[in-house]
Design a protein around this ligand. Structure first.
Ligand code: UDP
Length: 217
């Protein structure tokens, strides 16, 4: 019986990127790493065992931890809540080459991929995903279940509310002390967008400068 069992939930694209980082963090004789995936056809991915959630629950270990490597915030929250109510603890997976400067507070279950930088005086909620080459600059406040695709540039004095998704290569302009740029709850910032002013909750913005997406019905 392994002392510690760590499951990376989701054996798709992002999960396969997170697994080697987790291996570097957790690898020891006393710790086994597996994928958890609800697709029963997956047995092994990149040489790592894939367990269904029920098999993960049955597997004997002194301590079980999970990191949910699924970008969609709603799915991630639902899976985490199920796992935690079953007594599984959160695991953060943070690449050893991350740069984290002064006074950074970050909640549980974060995934900080390689080449992520968090500078100084930053507060981040739970289950933050920062994909490769993203940064968060000084005095930002980031909520729960926020997701950064690769190479997001979040400049200083920005507030990002819960469940927001920031697409690949998006740039968020620096706000002012006491007057931050605010990305509202559940908003989506499109790939490559340049955000120069507040984004309304639940909205989708695209382009440079970023503007709300108008859908033709
Ligand atoms: N998945 C799961 N349970 C869920 C939702 C997703 O096991 O409730 C798995 C799904 O089978 C897939 C992975 O998680 O293997 C999610 O992959 P997707 O490509 O949707 O997300 P990404 O890896 O791009 O974040």
């Amino acid at each position: 019986m392994a002392g510690k069992l760590v499951g990376i939930y989701g054996a798709s694209g992002f999960g396969r990127e997170v697994m080697p980082v987790a291996r570097e963090m957790f690898a020891s004789d006393d710790c086994e790493l597996v994928f958890i995936d609800d697709n029963p056809e997956l047995v092994k991915v990149n040489g790592v065992r894939v367990l269904t959630y029920s098999d993960f629950l049955k597997h004997e270990a002194e301590e079980k931890r999970v990191s949910v490597a699924i970008a969609d915030a709603k799915t991630r929250r639902e899976i985490e809540e199920r796992c935690y109510s079953d007594g599984i603890k959160p695991a953060s997976v943070n690449s050893p080459n991350n740069v984290v400067l002064d006074e950074v507070q970050i909640g549980s279950a974060s995934i900080l991929c390689p080449f992520v930088t968090l500078t100084s005086n930053i507060t981040i909620g739970q289950s933050f995903h920062a994909n490769i080459y993203s940064y968060v600059a000084h005095d930002c406040v980031i909520g729960d279940y926020v997701t950064f695709a690769p190479a997001v540039k979040c400049n200083g004095n920005v507030v990002i509310e819960d469940n927001a998704y920031i697409g690949t290569g998006a740039i968020i302009k620096q706000g002012q002390p006491g007057s931050p740029i605010v990305i509202g709850e559940g908003a989506t910032v499109g790939m490559g967008a340049v955000v120069t002013k507040n984004v309304a909750p639940g909205s989708v913005v695209i382009g440079n400068p970023a503007k709300p997406l108008v859908r033709n019905s």
